[in-house]
Ligand binder design. Structure first.
Ligand code: MIC
Ligand code: SF4
Length: 645
């Protein structure tokens, strides 16, 4: 019996716990990343915990999300992050350098290392055989201080790929196929480990597309081996010395195996409004489209954009379509400019944005009313594009480019001959937009703009919680519902009181007013509550509004951790049928709260419909955190200290 690659990396980083699926493990973290929309909060928390100098091997702060500077707020936050990171030992990737996941893959990822990032797509680095996980900003701050990152030990699922992709079928279609089969909850509590001879036919950039969108399965992360393709990629990035071969041991045992023959795949699209709503492009071919957006951390690599450029070369974008491009990194944009592909794209009518997240998070380029938008991104949740009535389809760059020319959803295989493009032998390497940390931190002054407001802290758990149900929501509520993000709201990520005015508004516009009026309460939810982003604002805004518990059929991993970090109880119905009993305005009472939480496991609530049994699956560490009213309180009261996080 051998170990999977995931288990080998976990074993080498284990600080606490046992490698038994579902049990809590604490991992030593080698690298961290933050981006600007979660980073301000992470660094405010780092400062609040009194961490002077990071203890990780490499920590990088990226500016990639809040790039529209419609007012002073984003620029102020950038300056804060730049100065605070300079002081505390963190590398700073300047705005314009690219999306965190793309740049991290290019410049910093190292096979066999652990990485956590305050962004749910951090698993992109699994393409380089890193154990890379998304986390709330506070957990990233603790890891920067040398503390363990605690997660439930995942099960490891083998996704065995065989054969090679057909022309115009791409890595995006592989992960859309996995989503079609397993759904948006299919990866919860799991790591998806890719094996089989088909892996050798995928470049690191293609693996990155697949690992990136493993986040949409709810997976803890995704993992690829480190092989000759990894070596080629790292050498082409001038980082051959970071290479080491890594693979599952012979006889590695997986919890489950999913077989995918790459030859059998066809171009796929995820239809509105869920990434697992997947069907062949050919089934909806001819659908009239209004916008095409190519880029993001999923498909913003050099090869992705080069493929789009080759398809668009000598053509023009259809009159009914607006084509917009957001390159993944400065390296990608530089190379497209150097080899003329950028000129082809511009000539075809593409609207070129700077390297960054851009339209993926609704930072501009919102589609028109009822518009159909084809995007090479990873999420098509309703309203995320900035337009509630827009219909977003997730597709590959090849499908996007072919459709942009035709003006209708088009299966790219009609284009005929294969593009036959491979990764370059040498990438345009330059780290001139990465500022190393100061070696004289005492001379650095941290600059704080007026947009930075104190963040809310939880209260120690009281004896009794008796609160009304404020809202009852259905399955698969995303963090984009709980704490919407768009060009108007993203500038306020360091201002929780302001953001709270928009909390859960897509589900109920009256939620913030009601919560404030009756002094907080309880959220009742269906399955997979909090799927999507890692933004801890989806816990901090409810905390600010007085939410003390969320009772759900099930939770997404990162959001559940963020709720507990904020001191909000994430309770799961013991009998999912009890969900149907509860209604808005019911009063829910949790008696002997500390005793019930301490006894772990079962928590009984009183309701007008009788007792409701719930489960609270927590470790000793979680119990202490919930009693203290959240992670920062716990650290402050020195129950444990930052060392063990
Ligand atoms: C996203 O894709 O939803 C984001 C924006 O990158 C988020 C982070 C955030 O909300 O700031 C994520 O994926 O974690
Ligand atoms: Fe940025 Fe979109 Fe990737 Fe999130 S999913 S990191 S918003 S490009």
């Amino acid at each position: 019996m051998g170990l999977t690659l995931t288990e080998q990396i976990i074993r080498d980083h284990l600080m606490s716990g046992e490698m038994v699926a579902g049990a809590e493990i604490g991992l030593r973290i080698d690298q961290t990343l933050t981006q600007d929309s979660t980073g301000t909060m992470a660094y405010l928390q780092l400062e609040a915990m009194g961490i002077d100098r990071v203890k990780t091997e490499r920590s990088v702060a990226y500016i990639d999300h809040n790039m529209l500077q419609a007012g002073f707020e984003n620029a102020d936050d950038h300056k804060y992050i730049q100065t605070v990171t300079h002081k505390h030992g963190i590398y700073f990737s300047r705005p314009g350098n690219g999306v965190c996941h793309q740049v991290h893959l290019e410049r910093f990822g190292i096979p066999g290392k652990t990485l956590i990032g305050s962004d749910s797509h951090t698993p992109t680095a699994g393409a380089l055989a890193m154990l890379a996980m998304g986390a709330g900003g506070l957990d990233v701050a603790v890891a920067m201080g040398g503390g363990a990152y605690c997660v439930p030990m995942p099960e490891v699922v083998n996704i065995r790929l065989t054969g090679a992709l057909s022309p115009y079928v791409s890595a995006k279609d592989v992960i859309l196929e996995v989503l079609r089969r397993l759904g948006v909850k299919g990866g919860v509590g799991r790591v998806m480990e890719y094996t089989g001879d088909g892996v050798g036919n995928l470049s690191v950039s293609e693996r990155a597309t697949i690992a990136n969108m493993g986040a949409e399965l709810g997976a803890t992360t995704s993992m690829f081996p480190s092989d000759e393709n990894t070596r080629t990629f790292l050498e082409a990035q001038g980082r051959g010395e970071d290479y080491q071969a890594l693979a599952p041991e012979p006889g590695a045992v997986y919890a489950k195996t999913v077989e995918i023959d790459l030859r059998s795949l066809v171009p796929l699209a995820a239809a509105p409004h869920s990434p697992d709503n997947v069907a062949p492009v050919s089934e909806s071919a001819g659908l009239q489209i209004d916008q095409v957006a190519i880029g993001s951390c999923t498909n913003g690599s050099y090869l992705d954009l080069l493929r789009a450029a080759r398809i668009l070369k000598g053509k023009v974008v259809a009159p009914n379509v607006s084509l917009v491009l957001s390159p993944g990194s400065k390296q990608v944009l530089t190379m497209l400019a150097q080899n003329g592909a950028l000129a082809d794209l511009v000539a075809a009518g593409a609207r070129i944005l700077e390297a960054g997240c851009g339209p993926c998070i609704g930072m501009g380029q919102a589609p028109g009313t009822d518009a159909v938008s084809l995007r090479t991104f990873n999420r098509n949740f309703q309203g995320r594009s900035g337009t509630a009535s827009a219909k977003v389809y997730l597709v590959s760059p090849e499908t996007a480019a072919a459709s942009a020319i035709a003006g209708v959803l088009t299966d790219p295989r009609v284009l005929g001959e294969s593009l036959d493009l491979t990764e370059p032998e040498v990438f345009a390497v330059s780290d001139n937009m990465v500022i190393p940390p100061s070696d004289r931190p005492e001379t650095v002054t941290v600059v704080r703009g007026p947009n930075i407001k104190p963040f809310p802290l939880g209260e120690p758990l009281e004896e009794e919680i008796s609160k009304q149900v404020l809202i009852k929501v259905e399955d698969n509520i995303t963090t984009d519902h709980i704490m919407p993000s768009n060009a108007a709201l993203l500038p306020y990520r360091s201002n929780v009181p302001y953001l709270a005015e928009y909390c859960l508004v897509p589900c109920d516009p009256d939620f913030p007013r009601r919560a404030k009026e009756i002094g907080g309460g309880v959220i009742v939810a269906g399955e997979n509550y909090g799927q999507g982003s890692s933004r801890e604002h989806a816990a901090l805004a409810p905390l600010y509004l007085g939410v003390r518990m969320v009772v759900a059929k099930s939770f997404a991993r990162i959001h559940r951790a963020n709720l507990m970090n904020a001191g909000i109880l994430p309770l799961t119905f013991a009998d999912p049928a009890d969900y149907d009993k509860l209604a808005v305005s019911d009063t829910i009472t949790l008696e002997n709260a500390p005793a019930q939480i301490k006894s772990g496991g079962n928590v009984v609530l009183d309701s007008p419909h009788g007792q409701i049994k719930t489960k609270l699956d927590v470790s000793q560490r979680d119990i202490e955190m919930l009693l203290a009213g959240g992670k920062i309180n716990r650290i402050k009261t020195n129950l444990e200290g930052t060392k063990h996080g």
